[in-house]
Write a protein that binds this ligand. Structure first.
Ligand SMILES: [Zn+2]
Length: 430
């Protein structure tokens, strides 16, 4: 009975995801919003539609395989069977074995799909620049990092719940919070596992970025260029670190394809996040999120039937966290939607900041290029956006930026000289 309920819960989650995917795929046929019709020309538009369709089919197949595999694991009591193979070992070794076996199994199931995605699908649409060697090295590194993170989480949960009972809800939340903060601090060193970072060469772009930092009172530790072109044609940029000491990272793909003004516009957006303290503002929500998750985990850990139904002698921390993901899905779906809603609000603010700094049009140009080069979806279903989009759609962002631009030009008479004068005055203030 318990087993059947868990299986049904799992299937309901996957069913829900499938409905959203279906709605989203149907939306592809809809007419594009007017302000993004120029992103793809006719030929590129056809290419994008074909890519979306083919990608959708591919995802359906990989989902079916994943669901079948997970159902098999649940129904066959595989978790307990594996755990019991290591019965003689000490508890830490037993959990490590469990994490390694199931991480490895899910990698083995997932890798053929990743391989097809990279070397067949992305290759066909000109998005892939990765080599086989990079691919396999990445797969090994990802597995290693995945095992390490999963094991740390399970050990923290086990030790704290064993020692402190329900007080562990608060302690686990705090430890995870610390862990998330630490990860954010070491993100660049961590990314060095996958990428090389070179200092940005002196020149027009560096000057432009440093001027922008100065204007916004942001102190930069270093500006680095990431070798993203080793894997893909798409580009990204980010601003890492806390307080005033930031590391700015931009992908080499940006350097090759984007103008200085466009790249500066992207960073004006990033600085908007810093200026409005978006990281700090999302902290209370993250804490609430963690408290909800660990309170639920405390409940799940205290229902022995959940474990005996799957062949365990009693409660198991690893299986408990796996079950939590299944049982809590309606709640986590809502939490994720709330978090994405908040994030989209922050993105609008960051865009507005860039627009008010005079980079509205350059940002629009950069966003259009970014979209085009990754063949991104420019017409997603509103339900897909509400649930999964941390950024507003391209069309929504352009509308919002245009609105600010027109408000600004309504306040200042549209006149080139005035514009230059204003910039000079701003320069003097600094
Ligand atoms: Zn942003």
């Amino acid at each position: 009975m318990v087993k059947l309920m868990i299986v049904l819960l799992y299937l309901s989650k996957k069913g829900f995801d499938a409905v959203i995917d279906y709605l989203d795929s149907q939306y592809l046929k809809k007419e594009l919003p007017a302000n993004v019709r120029d992103v793809y020309n006719e030929e590129e538009y056809e290419k994008w539609i074909a890519y979306e369709r083919e990608g959708g089919k591919f995802e359906t197949i990989s989902d079916i395989v994943e669901i079948t595999f997970n159902l098999f694991l649940l129904v066959s009591n595989a978790y307990a069977w594996v755990f019991n193979r290591f019965a003689g070992m000490n508890v830490f070794a037993k959990y490590l074995a469990l994490v390694v076996v199931f991480s490895l199994a899910s990698s083995i199931i997932g890798i053929p799909f990743d391989y097809y995605d990279t070397f067949v699908l992305e290759e066909k649409y000109g998005l892939n620049t990765s080599t086989r060697k990079t691919f396999w090295l990445d797969a090994v590194k990802n597995l290693g990092i995945g095992v390490a993170l999963a094991y740390i989480v399970v050990v923290v949960i086990m030790v704290l719940f064993d020692l402190f009972g329900n007080a562990a809800i608060l302690l686990c939340s705090l430890v995870m919070m610390g862990f998330i903060t630490l990860l954010a601090l070491v993100i660049v060193p961590l990314m060095r596992i996958f990428n090389k970072f070179q200092p940005l060469e002196d020149g027009e772009l560096k000057d432009s970025l440093l001027t922008l930092c100065d204007k916004n009172g942001i102190r930069v530790r270093k500006i680095v260029v990431r070798d993203a072109s080793r894997r893909t044609t798409t580009a990204n940029a980010f601003c890492a670190g806390f307080g005033s000491m930031k590391t700015i990272s931009l992908d080499d793909n940006l350097l090759n394809e984007y103008s200085t003004e466009e790249i500066t516009a992207v960073f004006a957006h990033e600085f908007g996040h810093a200026k409005y303290h978006h990281t700090a503002k999302s902290l209370p929500f993250t804490i609430i999120n963690l408290l909800i998750i660990f309170s639920s985990l405390a409940i799940v850990l205290n229902i022995p039937q959940l474990y005996t139904a799957f062949g365990f002698d009693g409660m198991n921390y690893y299986f408990g966290t796996a079950l939590l993901g299944v049982i809590l899905w309606p709640v986590t779906t809502v939490l994720e939607a709330v978090s994405n809603r908040m994030s989209r609000g922050h993105e609008y603010q960051a865009d507005a900041f860039a627009a008010k700094s005079g980079y509205g049009q350059a940002l629009i140009a950069a966003l259009k290029k970014l979209t085009k080069e990754s063949l991104s979806d420019i017409n997603p279903h509103p339900a897909e956006v509400a649930l999964h989009y941390s950024h507003p759609t391209l069309s929504q962002r352009i509308s919002a930026i245009e609105k600010i631009d027109s408000e600004m030009s309504a306040n200042i008479p549209a006149n080139q000289e005035q514009h230059t004068e204003k910039q000079e005055k701003e320069g003097e203030k600094e």
